[in-house]
Write a protein that binds this ligand. Structure first.
Ligand SMILES: C[S@@+](CC[C@H](N)C(=O)[O-])C[C@H]1O[C@@H](n2cnc3c(N)ncnc32)[C@H](O)[C@@H]1O
Length: 232
């Protein structure tokens, strides 16, 4: 088997994930610590909306990326019950701060309880309101080390355009649900899936970043902001 990438043919060593392989992958990934387990349980008890919580294996990656990037300033769009913010907080440096945005405070007390329990409540600042309006109020200078976009899908491009200029050179921009249950891969995608498909094209065409899409959970794009003058 081979795969063609931009005209070049490479041997294809990608495996197709079966449920058994996926189970094995999850078994070999760091398991939730007690406060994470508590937050998973508290969110699951909310019913159907629990599907909005990032998958645990994504959270482990977020902790690794926050630690490896040494991001002092993290901006998150889409707080929900706080699982991803907790994951970033677990990896960020001691003086790191997270600004997280959500249109509703419906789930704030659950998030805050988990952050408190984990010892991060004073370093995670919650902002309630439409994220597009609130992000406009951020200083325009590049000062953010890591961005996570995980809110309304139709606004992803807007958030991207608001935040990429505010990210430092070599900082990271991460976006969730970029496969949208696989629907975003279809030319016939509609609604949120079509919005994600347009967002993915927007990222692909953006020469300010170097991006990789990972088939992790519902699809995750990780992009690095390229320093000015970077040569591909
Ligand atoms: C997928 S959930 C976020 C999940 C969260 N990152 C986690 O790990 O649990 C999406 C969140 O975006 C919020 N949201 C939707 N539209 C928004 C908007 N226009 N501005 C800010 N937040 C919004 C929703 O209220 C919801 O809590």
């Amino acid at each position: 088997m081979s795969v063609t990438l931009n005209g070049a043919t490479q041997v294809d060593k990608r495996i197709r994930l079966t449920p058994e392989i996926l189970d094995y992958v999850l078994t070999c990934t760091e398991q939730p610590v007690p406060v994470q387990q508590w937050l998973i349980d508290a969110t699951t008890a909310l019913g159907q909306v629990a599907e909005m919580q990032v998958a645990h294996e994504q959270a482990v990656l977020f902790t690794l990326l926050a630690a490896a990037s040494k991001a002092h300033r993290i901006v998150e769009v889409g707080t929900f019950t706080g699982y991803s913010a907790l994951a970033f907080a677990r990896g960020m440096p001691a003086e790191g701060v997270i600004d997280t945005y959500d249109i509703t405070d419906k789930w704030s007390s659950t998030a805050r309880r988990a952050w408190q329990e984990a010892g991060f409540a004073d370093r995670i600042r919650q902002h309630i309101g439409p994220a597009a309006d609130l992000l406009d109020q951020l200083p325009p200078e590049p000062a953010v080390g890591l961005v996570f976009i995980d809110a309304d899908k139709v606004s992803y491009i807007r958030y991207w355009e608001q935040l990429v200029p505010r990210v430092v050179d070599n900082g990271l921009i991460i976006a969730d649900n970029v496969l949208y249950a696989g629907e975003a891969t279809s030319v016939h995608a509609e609604g949120n899936a079509a919005a994600i498909r347009t967002f993915n094209e927007h990222v692909r065409a953006d020469d300010r970043v170097q991006a990789v899409m990972l088939p992790l959970a519902d699809g995750l794009t990780i992009a690095r902001k390229l320093p000015a003058g970077y040569r591909r």
